[in-house]
Design a binder for this molecule. Structure first.
Ligand SMILES: O=C(O)CCC(=O)C(=O)O
Ligand SMILES: [Fe+2]
Length: 272
């Protein structure tokens, strides 16, 4: 798959803005693009709100280790919110992800709301994701420490890649290693803010300034994880990614076909 990417790297050529983000991403492990989708996000948020009120396609907990009673996830997100597809498959994000991973990214977005939590648990505690996981968040409303921002530890991607540390870890240990307050990047921004993060590095979210404060509000996010194609094959079934078997992708054209049929599949009426 990496060879396929290298052979067709010109298809993913970056413009000056994307190049700048890529450099920051390589250095810090995370970039925040404030209000990047400010014009597109309202329609996505309205459609998600309708689904939350209707409730019939909302699942609470049990989708993955980090899903819990405070998280409400919309199933078949791209079908129920067709407007989300142009964000999830946005060229700039595809190009940055491809260039960072030197791989053609395959993924599937989903929307969720996290209600205020009385105390940090699951992904709100410092952790890292599996090696090679690369996460994109689009915040559907302005996001701050009042409605569950997030934190990324700048530079920890290199540290985590090199060492075989566990997924969950003690925040004190991370603070001992990353002592500079500037390393602790809190991602906040206006509606449509995009965060692109190598989540092999340490992060946590959602995070409120004071957990348990009665004034805390929920946060709505469109979220997806770009796995390498090899990873996707290995972990098929565990993630709601587009299904793609490496052995069926032997040329760029067949990859493009798979990619498009993946998008089509994701935006089609669910079978059950
Ligand atoms: O919602 C978030 O901020 C983070 C989710 C996360 O880190 C995860 O699912 O691994
Ligand atoms: Fe995570």
């Amino acid at each position: 798959m990496r060879d396929l990417y290298r052979e067709h790297a010109s298809e993913f050529e970056l413009n000056a803005f994307e190049e700048e983000q890529l450099l920051r991403l390589r250095k810090d492990g995370c970039v925040v693009l404030d209000g990047f989708f400010k014009n597109e996000v309202d329609i996505v948020r309205q459609q998600f709100e309708r689904e939350l009120v209707d409730g019939s396609h909302i699942v609470t907990g049990n989708l993955s280790t980090f899903d819990h009673q405070y998280r409400c996830t919309l199933t078949d997100t791209l079908y129920h919110i067709p407007a989300a597809a142009s964000l999830v498959y946005h060229e700039t994000i595809l190009r940055i992800t491809a260039a960072y991973k030197c791989q053609i990214p395959v993924y599937y977005g989903r929307a969720y709301r996290t209600d205020p939590m009385p105390e940090p648990s699951a992904s709100s505690l410092i952790h890292r994701d599996a090696h090679g996981d690369f996460t994109i968040f689009v915040f559907l409303e302005p996001v701050s420490l009042h409605n569950g921002a997030g934190v990324y530890v700048r530079g920890s991607h290199d540290y985590c890649w090199k060492s075989n540390i566990p997924y969950s870890c003690d925040e004190k240990h991370v603070r001992d290693v990353f002592t500079d307050a500037k390393d602790w990047l809190s991602y906040e921004g206006s509606a449509g803010t995009v965060v692109i993060a190598d989540t092999t590095g340490y992060h946590k979210g959602p995070v409120w300034q004071r957990f348990g404060d009665a004034r805390n509000r929920s946060r709505d996010v469109l979220h997806w994880v770009a796995l390498g194609v090899e990873d996707n094959g290995r972990r098929e079934g565990q993630r709601t990614t587009v299904r793609l078997r490496p052995e069926t992708v032997d040329s760029f054209e067949s990859l493009q076909r798979h990619f498009l049929s993946g998008i089509e599949l994701a935006t089609q009426e669910p079978s059950s």
